[in-house]
Write a protein that binds this ligand. Structure first.
Ligand code: CA
Length: 197
């Protein structure tokens, strides 16, 4: 899925309602190829109870995710690279730990105790390519995504290191149990384009 370089709040894919049961743990994996040196890019936002329930952000020198408006900053992981990369993250609410995997290998983990016992509420808006400042809207052109994303899925469990390594090595991506990539090609708006592999 190609998000154009001209930043516009018209370019996105949106699913609502996006998650069918509350999540106390999750995994998300995707392939991403970034246009270089374009500052902050937000490629996923989920809003159910609040606008920042879940956000995936790329920064020039770090990668940041939010769960329940609580941030996890991966300061040793810079995803700015103009090749396709396979990225997975896992999060669970018993310890409040998020782990990041890059190209099938564990990269870094961050703990945010504020996410202990937190559950991501079902029924919200999942938006690819825009950051929501209100539930289902409030997009800002400075917060858009303008690169390439593929095989974005979410599961309702923590995938193991071997599950993640197998996804990368076999290039075979199981369907997400919570969010399945195949639905998004029918949910695009604006100038977002779908390229078949
Ligand atoms: Ca927001």
């Amino acid at each position: 899925m190609v998000f154009p370089e001209l930043r516009s709040t018209e370019n996105y894919a949106m699913k609502h309602p996006a998650i069918t049961s509350d999540l106390s743990q999750l995994s998300s994996c995707f392939f991403i190829k970034l246009v270089q040196d374009q500052g902050k890019q937000i490629f996923v936002s989920y809003a159910s109870e609040r606008d920042n329930d879940m956000i995936f952000e790329i920064h020039p020198t770090l990668t940041r995710f939010y769960v329940g408006n609580n941030q996890f900053s991966f300061t040793s992981t810079n995803l700015y690279d103009d090749t396709w990369q396979h990225v997975c993250l896992t999060w669970e609410n018993t310890q409040g730990v998020m782990k990041l995997y890059r190209d099938g290998q564990f990269a870094e983990q961050v703990t945010n105790h504020a996410t202990k016992n937190f559950a991501l509420k079902a029924g919200g808006f999942l938006v690819l390519g825009q950051e929501q400042d209100s539930i289902g809207g409030g997009f800002e052109s400075s917060q858009t995504f303008h690169s390439r994303l593929a095989s974005f899925n979410i599961w309702d469990k923590v995938l193991s290191e071997s599950d993640i390594a197998a996804q990368y090595t076999n290039c075979s991506i199981p369907h997400g149990s919570v969010i399945n990539w195949s639905v998004f090609k029918n949910l695009i708006h604006g100038n977002v384009a779908v390229e078949e592999p």
